[in-house]
Ligand binder design. Structure first.
Ligand SMILES: NC(=O)c1ccc[n+]([C@@H]2O[C@H](COP(=O)([O-])OP(=O)(O)OC[C@H]3O[C@@H](n4cnc5c(N)ncnc54)[C@H](OP(=O)(O)O)[C@@H]3O)[C@@H](O)[C@H]2O)c1
Length: 268
């Protein structure tokens, strides 16, 4: 495993586990909770220690139960969750209450990173929300704070008005939508990028090219794409409802892409 050092010196494992459909009926985002923690149990068994959760996923308790009942101590896990701002911001009291609920559901007294999930169209409110995260950061409840789905202008807002710089910007980056410009902007500002949906777009011609590249190393298209991202220091958080595929997504540290491979992948 490789670690990335964030701008506040906290270290994060470069491959984490997505969780947005874990523990749900039919593996559906909107599915009801099944009442078990199977995918989290497999992930821990496979060696994942970094978990990406969010209030929006409505399954923080699945992640919390899985981690709590494992034999791995809390401090060996890296837990991220996110304030659900999909429908905007509903005031400081709301934010505090949601954060407290997350701590309870994830059965912890701190988060390794806590993110604002989406920007919305009220700059004063975004600055207020960020100052709430800063307060939890100052008190050590959040070891690091960051954002998700932020565009350049939203990052600029925080960089200009915040006291603490975001450590990460979690954004979509996958075949067909690498998002290179924003990744470069993150990097220029010493903000790490986490790629969500990292295995999207693995079909058709792209899959053929990746299969050809992977064939040289005995790796699958998914492993090639994840390797591509980590070679450029982009953190990935794949999820799978299959234990073997979860393991394959971690098995990407024993080969190296050539410059020619990287060019072909970037063109997909
Ligand atoms: N910040 C945001 O706004 C945001 C938005 C979306 C997602 N996320 C986060 O990002 C995480 C990952 O994104 P995602 O859930 O969209 O999906 P993803 O990780 O890109 O995976 C897509 C599909 O790829 C398959 N897969 C997984 N590992 C594989 C492997 N090694 N080989 C072949 N296929 C494989 C899985 O199907 P099988 O189950 O059949 O293996 C999965 O459904 C989420 O779980 C969530 O934590 C964040």
């Amino acid at each position: 495993m490789k670690n990335i050092k964030l701008n506040d010196h906290v270290e994060i494992e470069i491959v984490g586990s997505g969780t947005n459909t874990y523990g749900k009926e039919g593996n559906e985002f909107k599915g009801a909770l099944r009442g078990d923690t199977e995918e989290i149990d497999w992930a821990i068994d496979n060696g994942y220690r970094h978990f990406d959760s969010a209030q929006l996923y409505n399954n923080e308790e699945v992640v919390g139960d899985g981690l709590a009942k494992s034999s791995v101590p809390r401090e060996e896990f890296f837990i991220t969750t996110k304030l659900n701002t999909m429908e905007g911001y509903h005031g400081a009291d709301w934010a505090h209450a949601e954060i407290e609920k997350s701590l309870e559901k994830l059965q912890t007294d701190y988060f390794d990173t806590f993110l604002i999930h989406f920007p919305w169209d009220d700059n004063d409110e975004i600055i207020e929300a960020w100052s709430i995260l800063e307060d939890y950061y100052d008190r050590g409840v959040f070891k690091s704070i960051g954002v998700s789905n932020f565009e350049k202008e939203h990052l600029d807002l925080i960089l200009e008005h915040g006291k603490v710089k975001p450590v990460v910007n979690q954004i979509k980056s996958n075949v067909g939508n690498w998002n290179d410009e924003l990744i470069d902007y993150n990097k220029k500002n010493d903000i790490a990028t986490i790629a969500w949906g990292p295995l999207g777009g693995l079909e058709g011609d792209a899959e053929k090219v990746l299969d050809e590249i992977g064939g040289k190393y005995g790796k699958t298209p998914a492993q090639v794409v994840l390797r591509y991202q980590i070679e450029r220091d982009v953190i990935v958080i794949p999820k799978s409802h299959n234990k073997d595929r979860q393991a394959q997504s971690l098995d990407i540290f024993d080969f190296e892409l050539t410059e020619e491979d990287r060019k072909r992948i970037n063109a997909l």
